[in-house]
Design a protein around this ligand. Structure first.
Ligand code: FAD
Length: 267
């Protein structure tokens, strides 16, 4: 579900792309005691633009656990500073958690807090994990539905002569947004879970990548970069499988994007 967020302050939102993560802080519903709709009650007055990350984290920390707003991590898709808009693509998992429920029922006029990069800070690394040693000649990008916005951001940054492989795991390929603007030398593969554990189909796909493509990846030296984002307990196994082909670990970035049980993956 693509949600377009708009606010005057988004004219300062940095359009760095790649796997730029943001924090979304979910609103409270209306207060049943007063029937008052103050989504940030206990946290801020209604004017929230320009609050720094340390400020909102401290304000959240002062609330009791029962009153504390929930925060979740997402990726910015399109950023349109001129229109004061950003897009966030939410994967609506089932049963939905608070963030995906918010997105599934979002309607024009609903509000959410976004903590993201400010172009005036000119920090092109904050919240960005894709940091290859050099513009990569060969890539391996592995992810699931939650990683598609980040994969699209990374793919958009690749040179036209980049080679490599993108592998996306999903329950249902037809519900996945497409990977766009893929260089001609980069192959996109979709694999389905078929009731397997999260990351299992990616693991099988990495095994076949190891046979057909690992040699070329090794030969590219520092010109090779791998990026992995999927269910937390799966990513270390996927990273190990890539490393076992002789790829140095520093060329493999990995991050858990969600946890099969319990709270959101920490990052
Ligand atoms: C850096 C980063 C970037 C991310 N970018 C995106 C993005 O752009 N789009 C996006 O959709 N997600 C993204 N995610 C993943 C997202 O933060 C998690 O899926 C998050 O748990 C969703 O919050 P929730 O409130 O819906 O569910 P939670 O309250 O966190 O979880 C509730 C239940 O749902 C389950 N659950 C959570 N996520 C999934 C899932 N993907 N599939 C199946 N079950 C799940 C949990 O196991 C838990 O049992 C990103 C995560 C990180 C760390």
């Amino acid at each position: 579900m693509r949600v377009t967020l708009g606010a005057p302050s988004l004219r300062h939102f940095a359009p760095w792309g790649l796997d730029q993560r943001v924090k979304l802080i979910l609103p409270h519903g209306s207060d049943p005691a007063t029937d008052e709709n103050r989504p940030w009650r206990g946290l801020f007055s209604d004017e929230v633009d320009g609050i720094s990350a340390p400020e909102w984290r401290a304000a959240l920390g002062r609330l009791t656990p029962a009153d504390r707003h929930l925060a979740r991590t997402y990726t910015t898709g399109a950023v349109r500073p001129g229109e004061c808009e950003i897009d966030i693509d939410f994967f609506i998992h089932h049963p939905a958690g608070p963030a995906s429920s918010w997105a599934a029922s979002a309607a024009p006029g609903d509000r959410i807090l976004v903590s993201g990069p400010d172009v005036r800070a000119d920090d092109r690394r904050h919240g960005i994990q894709w940091r290859p040693a050099e513009p990569p000649a060969v890539v391996l990008l592995l992810g699931d539905e939650t990683a598609i916005p980040a994969i699209n951001g990374i793919v958009a940054s690749l040179g036209a002569d980049t080679r490599g492989t993108v592998i996306v795991e999903a329950d249902d390929r037809s519900s996945c947004p497409p990977i766009e603007n893929v260089p001609a030398g980069v192959t996109v593969r979709h694999v389905t879970r078929d009731r397997g554990r999260p990351g299992e189909a990616l693991g099988a796909a990495v095994a076949s990548w190891a046979v057909s493509d690992a040699h070329g990846a090794r030969s590219a030296g520092t010109g090779f970069a791998a990026w992995i984002a999927a269910e937390s307990s799966a990513v270390s196994g996927l990273s190990a499988a890539v490393a076992e082909t002789g790829i140095p670990r520093e060329r493999i970035h990995r991050q858990g994007y969600w946890r099969a049980e319990g709270r959101e993956a920490r990052n």
